[in-house]
Structure formats: structure tokens, C-alpha cells
Design a protein around this ligand. Structure first.
Ligand SMILES: Nc1nc2c(ncn2[C@@H]2O[C@H](COP(=O)(O)OP(=O)(O)O)[C@@H](O)[C@H]2O)c(=O)[nH]1
Ligand SMILES: [Mg+2]
Length: 344
């Protein structure tokens, strides 16, 4: 059954793709076997993360970028994964995304998947990684992953990507807090969207300053390259590496999308030429394996160690008969002995 499904998916059947995506999102046992079979066919997609505050125009931008990438590279299919942290029952955002992305639906080489984060085993990053592996194996050359830049789980999601686009809007840039330093560090391309609003130039200049400060500190030797080049629309490669460009867009009017695509494609070329593509893949794989190991170990622990033992130890710790670390040693010792027994 699953091999038929995999066969249809690899041949480009959208219904098969949709079924496999659902299984992977639900984290069924069957989906694990499917992902294992599909994995060998992955590794060619360019994964692009788009992150930023709610309402900054990420979905609109993703929409435009998908259209433009299809125009530039007609032989490549585009997948969109919209990771939405809001509950499917509160509605708004997901419905909005669907409505806005309707105009992509005429192109059957674009596939959109909204995902509600439900805290599956292994978390949001694991779920997103699973979906993007499916798209990759199904021959999608570009995978756009939209996520709200809010916390660690979003940073984990973005770490899956080869190219990370951080979106902000005018006005927010006056406040250095608006784009947190951590988020700025993961940006390969910075976008000031809603450039039709007042303050866009200041915001862009502000972001350029932040980029320049960050990079000049590390690479003062390349500084003369920075000042002129940061106004370039694509990213700039210096001996020290890739310098993120700061771009202005009006996503709702499809303005600046061409320059954004230039930057995305230039970044992919840079990654490939510099060996960073390989290095990023390796880092993502390492992080993926770490998360899977953690999830497996926790699962094993929960299965092996009875809740009563945990409760008994909590009481002992609370009564100061044991330190927390001693309780941990006892729990792990119990797990070691009994998980071995059960696997014998
Ligand atoms: N004025 C203006 N509005 C925009 C622009 N881009 C998107 N919007 C609007 O901003 C709102 C939020 O956009 P959306 O793409 O859903 O943002 P997201 O929450 O970051 O995905 C929508 O009403 C869009 O039509 C822009 O460049 N200028
Ligand atoms: Mg959105």
C-alpha cells in the first residue's frame, strides 16, 4: 500500500502527495516508514525560510516569491509550508493565508500546505522537516517555509533552511528590540516590507547599520567592501563570506519581488560555490538526529519508568530526603535496568 503511494508521489500525483503529507503531519507509525523510504530521494531542494512578526506580510511575500521563482525556473516546482502557531479553531490567520494564496492555485506546479503547530513528538521543527522531506522527494525544487519569528521553535524551523529571509515593516525598525539580535543573526536576506508606508527608508538604513556593525566587527578587513556594496540589491560575497542585503518590498503590489528572487538565487549560488550548502545540510542533519534521539529516549523513559516511581521520588525530594540529582540518578538507573530487560 505505502509503496504504491510512494510511487504515485514520486510521479507527481498531487493526491498521493497530499495523503503522505497528512500522515507525516499526524506522525503516524506508517509515516515513519514512508519517510525512511523517501529519504534517499531527498537532498536537492532549496529550502527557504521566511520569518518575521505577524502581519508583516510574510504570506503575501511568499505568494509573490513563489510566482516569481516559477517564472524564473519554470522546470522547478515550488512548495509552500505555512507554519501557523495559532490554533486552527481561532481561524483568522490560516483562513487569511488560504484566501491570499488562492491566486497561486491556477499553477499546478505550486503546492501549498498550511500546518497548525500541535506540538507533535519532536516538535514543530521535526514536523516541518518531515513535510519538507516529502516535498523534496516529490521533486519540488524550492520549498518556502513561512513561520512567525517568535521563539526557539521558530528558530529551529528556520535552521532547516538553506536561506533565511527575515521580514520587518517600517516603523518597527526604530526600536532595536523589534528584530531581536538572535533573529538578525540568522538572516541571509533582510526585507523591509510595506515600503509604501512612511519610514521605510529609515528602517532599511537602520537594518543596514545593524548588519554593518555585526559584520564589520568580525571582518574589519572587508569593511571597505561593505559601505558601497550594502546598497546592492543582491547579497554581497566578500572574502569573509555572504553579507545579507537589505531589500525594500511592497509585497501586496508585487514590487521588489524580482530583486528578492535575485538575492535568493544569488545566495543559493554562493552557498554552493563556498561549500556552505554542504555545511548547512550537515548541521541540519545533525540537529535532526539529535532531536530524534531525544524524542526516542524520552519515549523509552516514559514507557519504562512507572509514574508511581516518579511520584514517590517527587515526594522524597520535596521532603528534602533526596536532592533532585539523586532522584534523577535513581530514575535513570531504573530505566537502564528495565529497558534492557524489556528489549531482551
Ligand atoms: N500596505 C501594504 N500592505 C501589505 C503589504 N504586504 C502585505 N500587506 C497586507 O498586510 C496584511 C498582512 O499580510 P500577511 O501576508 O497575511 O502577513 P503575515 O501575517 O506576515 O503572513 C494583509 O492585509 C496584506 O494584504 C505591503 O507591502 N504594503
Ligand atoms: Mg501568514
Amino acid at each position: 500500500m505505502s509503496s504504491e503511494l510512494i510511487h504515485s508521489l514520486r510521479k507527481g500525483n498531487r493526491l498521493a502527495l497530499s495523503r503522505v503529507l497528512s500522515q507525516v503531519e499526524d506522525g503516524t507509525k506508517a509515516s515513519q516508514a514512508i519517510l525512511e523510504k523517501l529519504f534517499r530521494a531527498t537532498g536537492s531542494a532549496h529550502k527557504i525560510g521566511i520569518t518575521g512578526p505577524p502581519g508583516s506580510g510574510k504570506s503575501t511575500l511568499v505568494n509573490g516569491l513563489a510566482r516569481e521563482l516559477r517564472r524564473r525556473e519554470p522546470q522547478l516546482k515550488v512548495a509552500i509550508i505555512a507554519v501557523d502557531p495559532s490554533s486552527p479553531f481561532t481561524g483568522g490567520a490560516i483562513l487569511g493565508d488560504r484566501v491570499r494564496m488562492l491566486d497561486l492555485q491556477g499553477d499546478n506546479q505550486i503546492f501549498i500546505r498550511s500546518m497548525a503547530s500541535r506540538g507533535a513528538l519532536g516538535g514543530l521543527a521535526e514536523q516541518t522537516e518531515g513535510l519538507s522531506q516529502v516535498f523534496d522527494a516529490a521533486g519540488y525544487g524550492f520549498i518556502l517555509i513561512e513561520t512567525v519569528g517568535a521563539g526557539q521553535s521558530e528558530v529551529d524551523v528556520v535552521n532547516l533552511a538553506h536561506t533565511t529571509i527575515v521580514v520587518d515593516t517600517p516603523g518597527m525598525g526604530d526600536d532595536i528590540q523589534s528584530i531581536k539580535a538572535g533573529i538578525l543573526e540568522i538572516a541571509d536576506i533582510l526585507v523591509v516590507n510595506k515600503a509604501d508606508r512612511p519610514g521605510a527608508d529609515q528602517s532599511a538604513a537602520h537594518l543596514r547599520n545593524m548588519v554593518e556593525m555585526g559584520y564589520a566587527a568580525d571582518y574589519s578587513a572587508g569593511k571597505h567592501l561593505l559601505s558601497g556594496s550594502l546598497s546592492a540589491s543582491t547579497g554581497v560575497v566578500t572574502p569573509a563570506g555572504w553579507i545579507p542585503p537589505v531589500l525594500k518590498t511592497i509585497a501586496s503590489e508585487f514590487q521588489g519581488i524580482s530583486e528578492l528572487s535575485d538575492a535568493v538565487l544569488a545566495h543559493a549560488a554562493y552557498l554552493r560555490q563556498s561549500g556552505q550548502w554542504h555545511a548547512k545540510d550537515e548541521a541540519a542533519i545533525r540537529a535532526n538526529i539529535r532531536r530524534l534521539v531525544t524524542a526516542e529516549l524520552i519515549g523509552e523513559f516514559r514507557q519504562t519508568v512507572p509514574a508511581e516511581l516518579m511520584e514517590a521520588l517527587v515526594i522524597k525530594v520535596q521532603q528534602r530526603e533526596l536532592a533532585p540529582n539523586e532522584a534523577v540518578r535513581e530514575l535513570l538507573a531504573y530505566n537502564r535496568i528495565n529497558s534492557l530487560k524489556s528489549s531482551e
